[in-house]
Design a protein. Structure first.
Length: 159
């Protein structure tokens, strides 16, 4: 069974679950990354705001569908969406596993991949021309995040 996800690689859209695609429901449960991703989605006081929320509101404003948004840790958001406990996961980047497990929306924003390094350890900067150059460095990332640079075969919202 495929599920839906609003996604972001260097492209962002959403992951959708099977029930979300049927839209024979009066409510949808949506999750995003609890670490917050301003300006895309973030908690401001007791409300969740951002571009992702604006997109959801624009899509469902003329419907009777009640949309609720939670911000659990990202890995849990993806896991629970796949399990059917959420209908949509916001701002998910493309990878082959997600493409297999979810119904992906067209992407609706893009990101510029970048890296941060110590100028004390690398006073002349980093000489990175290929992926193999990066593999020679010690790196860190967040559990459950996608660092794949493969581009989605899905079209952009502007295509």
């Amino acid at each position: 069974m495929k599920i839906a996800l609003l996604s972001a690689t260097a492209l962002a859209g959403s992951l959708l679950s099977g029930p979300a695609m049927a839209l024979d429901t009066s409510s949808l449960k949506v999750c995003g990354d609890g670490a917050n991703w301003p300006p895309f989605h973030y908690k401001k006081g007791e409300t969740i705001e951002g571009y992702d929320i604006d997109v959801l509101n624009a899509i469902f404003q003329d419907s009777s569908v009640n949309v609720s948004v939670d911000l659990p840790p990202w890995k849990r958001c993806v896991f629970e969406t796949k399990a059917g406990n959420y209908d949509i996961a916001l701002s998910a980047s493309y990878n082959k596993e997600r493409d297999r497990d979810f119904l992906l929306t067209d992407y609706y924003y893009t990101l510029q991949p970048s890296y941060i390094y110590s100028t004390q350890q690398h006073p002349n900067g980093l000489n990175i021309d290929t992926a193999d150059d990066i593999n020679q460095l010690r790196m860190c990332g967040l559990l459950g995040y996608n660092y794949n640079t493969e581009r989605s075969p899905h079209k952009s919202a502007n295509a």
